[in-house]
Design a protein around this ligand. Structure first.
Ligand SMILES: [Ca+2]
Length: 221
């Protein structure tokens, strides 16, 4: 079997597990999480994510970019705000998806990096991808949904999904211990490069639980 993969990160691991489950005749539903315990999980981020303001952000599974889960701003009222924050380490590239549904020109979902606004959404938008270069060192990310003194429109909120910070450089794909099949190549690949991956099951094995990791894991958040 040949699959075209985009690397790296937890998404790769999840997709790999799903594809292998499908290939072996096992239901793919068993590989998809049904619970969303934290904001970080909803964002697919191996980061500490905090929230504050009048009401905090929360994970939900209704409006998402990845079809699974996303973070949503708290249900605030006029003159209030709800923010979500995280700290990441560069150098690398920051990427996330965001979307708003609110009164155009009056309510805003704003994103700031180290206290400097990098962009804002207002009105009804589709999911949009924000990509920013990160310099070396620690950086503070903040998404803030802000309402003015009156009016309301749409779902009256904002969402964020698929938060990732990827270092520049190359990564190694390595099959995990206990594998019942083989994934090739085990090779160095550049982030953002799509490569064919061949999955070879062990003869006689009908239930494959193979998966793989990307290293150095400490550089993929
Ligand atoms: Ca998600």
């Amino acid at each position: 079997m040949e699959y075209m993969k985009r690397l790296p990160g937890r998404l790769l691991l999840i997709i790999g597990m799903v594809l292998l489950a499908v290939g072996s005749g096992v239901s793919s539903a068993s590989a998809v999480a049904v619970a969303v315990p934290t904001l970080a999980d909803a964002l697919e981020a191996s980061l500490a994510v905090t929230s504050g303001g009048t009401l905090p952000w929360f994970p939900q599974m209704v409006t998402t970019h990845d079809g699974i889960d996303a973070a949503q701003a708290g249900g605030i009222t006029h003159g209030e705000s709800s923010f979500m924050e995280s700290t990441v380490t560069g150098p690398g590239t920051l990427s996330f998806w965001w979307k708003s549904s609110c009164e155009n020109g009056y309510y805003f979902l704003r994103f700031s990096l180290d206290g400097v606004e990098q962009g804002a959404l207002t009105g009804e938008t589709e999911w949009r991808n924000m990509i920013l270069p990160l310099g070396a060192g620690a950086h503070t990310l903040r998404w803030k949904y802000v309402k003015d003194g009156s009016g309301s429109a749409g779902s009256d909120t904002g969402w964020v999904d698929g938060l990732a910070v990827v270092s520049t450089g190359t990564f190694t794909i390595t099959t995990m211990a206990g594998v019942e099949g083989k994934i090739t190549p085990t090779a160095m690949v550049d982030y953002g490069v799509t490569v064919p991956v061949t999955v070879t099951p062990v003869p006689g094995i009908t239930s494959q639980r193979s998966c793989w990791t990307v290293s150095p894991t400490g550089r993929v958040q």
